[in-house]
Design a protein around this ligand. Sequence first.
Ligand code: ADP
Ligand code: MG
Length: 267
Amino acid sequence: MPRRRQIYEGKAKILYEGPEPGTLIQYFKDDATAFNAQKKGTINGKGVINNRISEYVFLRLGHIGIPTHFIRRLNMREQLVRQAEIVPIEVVVRNVAAGSISKRLGIEEGEPLPHTLIEYYYKDDGLGDPLIAEEHIACFNWASNEEMQDIASMAIRINDFLCGMFAAINIRLVDFKLEFGRIWDGDYSRLILADEISPDGCRLWDMTTGEKLDKDRFRRDLGGEEDAYQEVARRLGLLQNEDNGPGEVFDLNAHRGKLRSPIKPKK
Ligand code: ADP
Ligand code: MG
């Protein structure tokens, strides 16, 4: 394979130039970071699972009419996507209080919110991705009012769809993070859903036991993160012997790590 030009290396993924103009290859790493990269580690096999989960979620969202950057998965760790101009805002959708909102406002974790909340964070690692208001977004022209309307309505549709999708496999979608990007056509642009949707950027709790099946296992040193990610993929039906892409066997056993606190799969 010819050497590809690396465009960017982030905390969880590497972006390479794609085979055609306007495309990129997203390579999913096993690297995990938390608390603005103060905590660093790896979750064995995470990249493989996140690539697969994100493919599945983006395809399903595409089917309900959400425009996304996803084109196709290339192999175990890579997917081909449309290159977009990333809006420098992390969009967080919350159904249940957890994490930073619990700390900031003193709401007990697990408390259902009176209604779904959308929060915006300025995407800047140097500043620690600070919480911002829509007024900041307008003031600094990070996105237009029209774009913000599109973002909010897509975020709500995505939330409704994903809540149902996860509820069907006995998982509560507590919160999740989205990124959007612009695709330009002359002077006009439209927004598409970009980046990834995976247990790295979602809080996913087992509905029966409350067990965490997401990156909080890593953040909070709970152990069993490999099994938790794998359990989400398994419940989504992604670990069976189905077609896993160009001539490949999806061999997760190669990635299994040692467990500190086993996740008991539901029967
Ligand atoms: P980070 O450490 O910045 O979160 P990641 O490891 O998540 O980075 O790598 C993905 C990077 O690629 C992110 O900065 C994300 O905004 C960007 N990105 C995601 N999808 C696209 C896309 N379709 N076009 C351009 N950039 C993208
Ligand atoms: Mg990221």
